[in-house]
Design a protein around this ligand. Sequence first.
Ligand SMILES: NCCCCCC(=O)NO
Ligand SMILES: [Zn+2]
Length: 343
Amino acid sequence: MKTVYSPLHHRRTATSELDGGVLIEPHERPSRAETILQRVRDQSLGEIVAPVNFDLAPILRVHTLEYVSFLEHCWSEWAAAGKPGEAIPQFWPARGMRQRVPKDIDGRLGYYALGADTSITDGTWEAARASVDVALTAQRLVADGERAAFALCRPPGHHAAADLFGGYCFFNNAAIAAQAFLDQGAKRVAILDVDFHHGNGTQSIFYRRNDVLTISLHGDPDLVFPHFLGFEDEIGEGDGEGSNLNLVYPPGTPFSEWRQGLETACKRIADFRPDALVVPLGVDTFEGDPISFFKLTSEDYLAMGERLGRMGLPTLFTMEGGYDVEAIGVNVANVLTGFDQLA
Ligand SMILES: NCCCCCC(=O)NO
Ligand SMILES: [Zn+2]
């Protein structure tokens, strides 16, 4: 399987993440991508491909122009306002307030943010754009006939909604790639999010549509981020009713439980008969992950990949979460190896 990678992910080198009331070194750090890349090379999983540069058009098929413009100019506006630290949202259009975009950068940050965990810094825009290029280049490889491709995206994307950033995400790489499949003639695309966290952005982008089936297996939002979406009664709306499936699991969930959800998801996908499968691949389901509570082992990722391979669908993997940097390379490579076993 080919891997698409861009060194421009290094432009996303935030120094602060608000966590537990203090600013910590962000969990979403450059060493994650470098460790995965090294393992892909060590395991000779396939060619490493540089991304093609795309313009904003594919992004604007998913995200609003106002939001994209905000992301492009946020850092310079923040710096021009003389703020000493990284751009971190502090004020939100909370319940009972006006849902309008103010002029002031503090107001604009809060309007477009789903949380205060994700700072915007010099270089964030460039890295986020490059991450989309990585996803779209891998998507094109699959559309052109590759059985599968791995988009080593950083920053990740599945929490980003049409005009919302957070959870370390800015552009929804998987949603942009799924839309590209459709714009290139696919009739139906399935998105199966295996990250520990609910893919709230992906769900909301396609929630009222029936040409994209969105499925997510994740930790109970009553107990973990993103807190306010991802429950099992969210099945889609309007034309999209029945096109969203959330499978929610408690703390301590082992692969033996999790894989039953995977089976349910695979059956739903088979019934949907998609032309392509997009897998937002987070490995924060790992037993050693510092911010999550499932108990998957490194070996389990081989079985996960193998099951996904048995779907027999053109498949695009987009890198999402996973914060045990020591284990992330093995865990990601194991999914891809398991998938490739059937090639
Ligand atoms: N800082 C709150 C948790 C952010 C989760 C990021 C992630 O891994 N999403 O999949
Ligand atoms: Zn995650």
